[in-house]
Write a protein that binds this ligand. Structure first.
Ligand code: DGY
Length: 303
């Protein structure tokens, strides 16, 4: 079958699709299936392509895919849960530590030749050990972040979208880690009112999706000194970053690298491509984002 490959995928990943004709591009016309990444818009018109029967995304996030349209067009979507949980939790915790200890500023200080002598109060940060961490989003990655926090004797408060729970978590935490997926309900879940609820000097970390946090409001909260710092892996308009945020020395900013370890990216590529290969042979893969389409799909394509 003809498979559209929309971004670079590792050899080992593509090997899972051996026997299929793999073509790099972006237009799904004439293809049976597609492998995409989070930067590809898989919308109604893409999913309505005649003959298209399956999509695999090399991501756990699904906000770039119109799942309702996938349901309407009976397109199963293979994705990559679990395999990136630990790497993303590591990066989340790395951002938390980096923001707490001002590592971005400290590095820039050394590289700019501004380090002239040791001093008692140079680049003072804040302790992590024993502090309170609110994890917004109690999914796989949120729980993995909470496990790491236990090693630092942190008091962990988990919160979902329940308003009272969220407000409580924000108001008691020294650190807030945002790990909820992006959806219509979670867009700007953390905006100016929620940032105002956070304790003065608290630190916000976002490793989920940029639009979950109102980036401009966050920049204002950092600039005003209300928040002590932030660690961000994701942004509202990637790869653009709000200019105000770029000016905030107390924000540690990295370019959406939560799952970017060699082992994890390889695992993601293999899992997504294997899932697609399974679909194309009529076998239901374990990593379907929309398992509810499977019976309809099987009835259509096995007929
Ligand atoms: C995902 O898989 O959704 C991540 O954001 C990629 O790192």
């Amino acid at each position: 079958m003809r498979v559209l490959v929309m971004q670079d995928v590792s050899e080992a990943g593509l090997a899972e699709l051996e026997g299929h004709e793999l073509v790099r591009g972006s237009d799904p016309a004439g293809f049976d299936a597609a492998v995409c990444y989070l930067v590809d818009r898989i919308d109604e018109s893409f999913l309505a392509t005649p003959g298209l029967r399956a999509v695999a995304t090399v991501s756990v996030g699904l906000d770039h895919i119109d799942l309702a349209a996938a349901d309407r067009h009976t397109i199963p979507i293979a994705y990559t849960p679990d395999v990136l949980t630990e790497a993303t939790a590591d990066l989340t915790f790395a951002l938390l530590l980096a923001a707490a200890r001002r590592l971005g500023e400290a590095e820039r200080h050394v590289r700019a030749g501004r380090w002239t002598e040791w001093s008692f109060d140079l680049l003072l940060g804040t302790d992590v050990f024993g502090k309170t961490l609110a994890v917004i989003g109690a999914g796989r990655i949120g729980k993995a972040v909470a496990r790491r926090a236990e090693g630092f004797s942190m008091n962990v408060v988990m919160a979902g979208r329940d308003r009272a729970q969220l407000e409580h978590a924000l108001s008691v935490a020294d650190f807030v880690a945002v790990t909820v997926p992006l959806s219509d309900e979670t867009r700007h879940l953390i905006g100016a009112p929620e940032l105002a609820l956070m304790k003065p000097g608290a630190i916000l970390v976002n490793s989920s999706r940029g639009p979950v946090v109102d980036e401009h409001a966050l920049a204002e909260a950092l600039r005003s000194g209300h928040l002590g710092g932030a660690g961000l892996d994701v942004f509202e308009r990637e790869p653009q970053v709000d200019p105000l945020l770029l000016e905030c020395e107390n924000a540690v900013l990295v370019p959406h690298i939560g799952s970017a370890t060699r082992e994890t990216r390889e695992g993601m590529a293999r899992l997504a491509c294997r899932g697609l290969a399974q679909i194309l042979t009529g076998e239901r893969p374990p990593n379907l984002a929309n398992p509810e389409v499977w019976d309809r799909w099987a009835a259509r394509w096995s007929a």
